[in-house]
Design a protein around this ligand. Structure first.
Ligand SMILES: [Zn+2]
Length: 277
């Protein structure tokens, strides 16, 4: 991943590389803290298990590198929730209640350091409800406001334009995720092991494709009941060029969001609760 060296930038954008005085400066500058939240799990026979980490970390670090006046990137949370994927080698899973508490404590620590705006930048679909609860708790119970977003969703429109596989082709270790990995670390993609596999089509109740709305119903069976290889989608359509366009779009959108989130003002709270004298 990106390693911020001595001469890399006059302004630091990686939280972990700051001295404590530089952290204080970042608080004074009201910079938004981007926290990549991801997962280690199977991404089929052709990709490393860290796809979700690589994507979320790259998008956060690139956004912060290009907009260091407004953003900074925290180190990623690499372990997520994937109980349903435990039939496959390499998969880790953190119990949801533990992950909520852990993300809450990270956000609360940033709030206690003085940061006012935080974002959980999620790179793993099954973390989504967990990030949503953690973000709400950070807003409700600390002095900071916390948002959460799915980093690949930022590029949904461009995925619709550049991806060529039929519906179901972009879901997991798919045309999209294989493309981003081909762009970032082509030497780690085992191209001879690429094999397309489409999951059951549950439309109109549920749709599993990055380019589509997910539908009105949600349930998740075990991954081994949906997929033989761990893949869900069409990695055979992947190219590094598609990966570049998708990641570039996500980075640009994250900068746009971060600047908006930094400036967004909320009115003061008011209470209608009656208190007895
Ligand atoms: Zn993934």
């Amino acid at each position: 991943m990106i390693t911020q060296g001595k001469a890399a930038m006059s302004e630091k954008y990686l939280y972990a590389k700051m001295t404590h005085d530089e952290v204080s400066d970042a608080v004074r500058e009201r910079r938004v803290v981007l926290i990549p939240v991801a997962q280690l799990e199977t991404h089929g026979p052709h990709l490393p298990i860290d796809v979700d980490v690589v994507q979320a970390q790259y998008i956060c670090e690139e956004a912060a590198r290009r907009a260091p006046d407004a953003l900074l990137a925290a180190p990623p949370v690499c372990y997520g929730f994937s109980e349903h994927v435990m039939d496959f080698p390499g998969t880790m899973t953190i119990r949801p209640e533990i992950l909520i508490e852990y993300l809450f404590d990270i956000g609360r620590s940033f709030a206690r350091q003085g940061f006012e705006r935080v974002a959980l930048v999620n790179g793993h679909g099954s973390n989504r409800p967990i990030c949503e609860i953690a973000a709400r708790r950070i807003t409700n119970e600390t002095s900071a406001y916390c948002a959460t977003l799915n980093c690949l969703s930022l590029a949904r429109e461009v995925m619709r334009q550049v991806c060529e596989s039929p519906v179901g082709g972009t879901a997991h270790a798919c045309e999209v995720e294989t493309s981003t990995y081909l762009y970032l670390f082509p030497e780690l993609v085992e191209r001879d092991k690429i094999e397309d596999e489409y999951a059951p089509d549950y439309r109109p109740w549920r749709c599993d494709d990055f380019r589509e709305d997910s539908g009105p119903v949600h349930f998740m069976e075990f991954w081994s009941q949906r997929s033989r290889t761990g893949v869900e989608g069409a990695p055979s359509f992947a190219t590094a060029d598609k990966g570049k366009v998708i990641l570039e779009t996500a980075v640009a959108k994250l900068i746009e969001f971060g600047r908006w989130w930094r400036e967004l003002e909320f009115p003061p709270r008011h209470s209608l609760i009656v208190t007895r004298a």
